[in-house]
Write a protein that binds this ligand. Structure first.
Ligand code: FAD
Length: 381
């Protein structure tokens, strides 16, 4: 096993780190306060070809493998302090992977290129007011009609929802079958009659990521807009979660590494009782655990990334990476605030934002409890 970055991956990472520090970080304190989606920065990221990384050149992409995409988002999470924007971009890539893997010829050749270029913004909609962890208890229903389907229902907390041009929407197509063959995925576009997006929901963190409701009221969807086959939704969802539980932890691991580096510097600079606070074991051991978790997280992440790049199923490895890295990041952010004492609590020092952002990571893309359930099941329970 070789976990080292290739020269090309190192080069991509350096380019992304320089770009994020120069173009994406300025103004983040204010953007976080206002809680608005930074459309101009999205465009800059599109120009930097962030969305193009894992897609084939024939679709306008740059044709890198998934491990390289993970390395790139790992760098983005490390250098970009706007974790909401990073999450928003990861959502776009995950939607693209689903379309590439399951989409029909037209969806792949005609529709995917606008995602790859970043011209159109995508969302994926599973969660409903009455069903989150129990995703397949969804009520949104697509009834068959001449040449297509009529969609009714409401999705909530959908990342990019309020700004999305297109959404991958999961709905029940056969109530009797439910999960096994009863769920399907549809591609819905802004402007489709009966489809509306709600206002951004006010959030504790990730405030530049917009989340909101998507509502469907007798929304007609032509047969050509089903993604995968009718009834294939649960399979599509299972696959999508594995890619997502690799790409998003890549961002989180980068953030953990940044938090760690900043804590080391602070513990060297800040003095109390005549010595750097890093000399106190109570501080240095917190930092040591951040380092241990970052090292182990890296192994878990690239193991999962390698398996997905080989198109293998990796429920255990991806849930492990998601659970471990998100919980490690949340703990690291708590410790980073504590290490800075009162300054950690002040907005100006930008650590409290990392903590607020990190709390969502153990909830979205399947809560920590749900990851543990998956792992326990695979372990034999
Ligand atoms: C920032 C953010 C972005 C999001 N983006 C999206 C998105 O793009 N698309 C989308 O579809 N959804 C999205 N969501 C929604 C997210 O996927 C759900 O919030 C999540 O799956 C949990 O569902 P819930 O909120 O309904 O909580 P519930 O499912 O009601 O869970 C409540 C609590 O009970 C626990 N629990 C539930 N069932 C079990 C069980 N079987 N065993 C043990 N514990 C259990 C949970 O772990 C949790 O602690 C997002 C959420 C956030 C916060």
């Amino acid at each position: 096993m070789n976990f080292a970055f290739t020269e090309e991956q190192k080069e991509i990472r350096k380019t992304i780190i320089d770009f994020a520090r120069r173009d994406l970080n300025p103004g983040i304190v204010e953007r976080d306060r206002l809680g608005v989606f930074p459309r101009e920065l999205w465009k800059k990221c599109a120009e930097m070809r962030i969305f193009a990384i894992p897609f084939p050149e024939s679709l306008g992409g740059d044709g890198f493998d998934f491990v390289t995409a993970v390395a790139a988002f790992h760098a983005l999470g490390y250098a970009c302090k706007d974790s909401g924007l990073v999450h928003s971009m990861a959502t776009q890539i995950i939607c693209g992977i689903q379309l590439q893997l399951f989409g029909n010829k037209e969806q792949v050749s005609q529709i995917l290129p606008d995602l790859v270029s970043g011209k159109l913004i995508y969302a994926q909609a599973i969660t409903e007011p009455g069903s989150g962890s129990d995703a397949f208890a969804m009520q949104t229903f697509a009834s068959k009609t001449d040449g297509g389907y009529i969609l009714n229902g409401t999705k909530t907390m959908i990342s990019n929802g309020p700004v999305a041009d297109r959404a991958l929407v999961f709905a029940v197509t056969d109530r009797a079958k439910k999960t096994l063959g009863g769920i399907s995925c549809f591609l819905v576009s802004k402007g489709d009659a009966g489809f509306s997006a709600g206002k951004p929901m006010e959030k504790m963190g990730l405030r530049t990521l917009t989340n909101g409701e998507l509502s469907f009221s007798d929304c007609y969807i032509p047969e050509s807009s089903i993604v995968g086959r009718e009834g294939q939704g649960a399979i599509l969802f299972g696959e999508a979660m594995e890619w997502e539980r690799t790409l998003i932890p890549a961002c989180l691991l980068g953030e953990l590494e940044r938090v760690l580096e900043e804590c080391v510097q602070y513990a060297k600079d800040r003095k109390a009782f005549g010595q750097p606070i890093g000399d106190f074991q109570a501080i240095s051991h917190k930092i040591a655990m951040m380092k241990v978790n970052a090292e182990l997280g890296r192994l878990a992440l690239y193991n999962a990334a390698y398996l997905k790049s080989q198109r293998k199923r990796a429920a255990l490895e991806t849930s492990t990476a998601k659970l471990f890295i998100s919980e490690s990041l949340k703990q690291a952010c708590m410790d980073a605030v504590q290490i800075r004492g009162g300054y950690g609590y002040m907005v100006e020092y930008e650590v409290e934002r990392d903590l607020r952002d990190s709390i969502a990571s153990t909830i979205y893309s399947g809560t920590s409890e749900m990851q543990a359930n998956i792992i326990a099941r695979i372990a034999g329970l």
